[in-house]
Design a protein around this ligand. Structure first.
Ligand code: AMP
Length: 247
């Protein structure tokens, strides 16, 4: 499993080490969720995955879950105001006080503008964005090979298979194929990514609190590269100043 991989040997496993909330951004299937879970375990801070929050709403048959369900099966985005409202509620949780990892949010420029403003109003450091990259064919293979357990552990039948086929190594739950992990929905999600989320990557790139990491390497290599980038970013003057203000 991803959490068993060796971590960077020099950095302290403490959220105050991080130069602000960490945003993992990239195309569907690039490994944002897997990496977010590793960082979450290491720093003891929550992963905020809007996809997981919507799947939770869908399971509980809430009004938001019913709206999201229709869009998710088409690979379309849930409207910004609904997503932002859900995220605002989640960020107000006591467990977010020491930092958090954003996975799958913001995904549009309007969401990014909302988040930037929300953090500024809360006197919080702005996000540090790590863009995970991969090419289309590899992403498709990752998506169609992905299996998840209801507790959130992630496998891939090609690259990270469970010890027993179809069963989670950690809790023994039966593994499932996400309903939107089909080739057809992948194509639609890629179109949405290129039109809506690629500009968000440019937005954070321009702000400078940004790094790119190749998401196609082994899971532990990607984790190591993310750590190295966070270490580089935290020493940059603007980030060090923000972290010092918070301390
Ligand atoms: P994910 O698990 O991140 O791939 O998200 C699964 C689906 O949830 C997406 O295809 C969207 O339908 C919806 N979703 C997740 N995050 C967002 C977001 N930030 N904005 C709009 N829709 C989202």
């Amino acid at each position: 499993m991803n959490s068993e991989y060796a971590l960077h040997p020099t950095a302290p496993a403490d959220s105050s080490y991080l130069p602000g909330p960490v945003l993992l951004i990239g195309p569907p299937g690039v490994g944002k969720g897997t990496q977010a879970k590793t960082l979450m375990a290491e720093f003891g801070i929550p992963q905020i995955s809007t996809g997981d929050l919507f799947r939770g709403h869908r399971r509980q048959r809430t009004e938001l879950g019913l709206i999201a369900e229709k869009l998710m099966v088409l690979g379309q985005l849930v409207p910004d105001n609904l997503v932002n409202q859900m995220v605002a509620g989640r960020l107000s949780g006591a467990d977010c006080g020491r930092g958090y990892i954003l996975d799958g949010f913001p995904r549009t420029l309007a969401q990014a503008a909302w988040l930037d403003e929300h953090l500024a109003e809360a006197n919080s450091c702005p996000v540090v964005a790590i863009s995970l990259t991969a090419d289309r064919d590899d992403l498709l293979k990752r998506i169609t090979g992905r299996r998840i357990c209801p507790q959130g552990h992630i496998y891939n039948v090609y690259t990270e298979p469970p010890r027993v086929e179809g069963v989670c190594d950690v809790d023994g739950c039966p593994l499932e194929l996400r309903r939107d992990d089909t080739e057809e929905i992948f194509e639609s999600r890629m179109k949405v990514f290129e039109a809506e989320t690629a500009p968000v990557i440019s937005h954070y790139h321009t702000q400078g609190r940004f790094a790119e990491v190749n998401g196609l390497h082994r899971v532990d290599t990607v984790t190591r590269d993310i750590r190295a980038q966070l270490e580089r970013l935290r020493t940059e003057p603007s980030m060090a100043a923000c972290a010092a203000q918070r301390a």
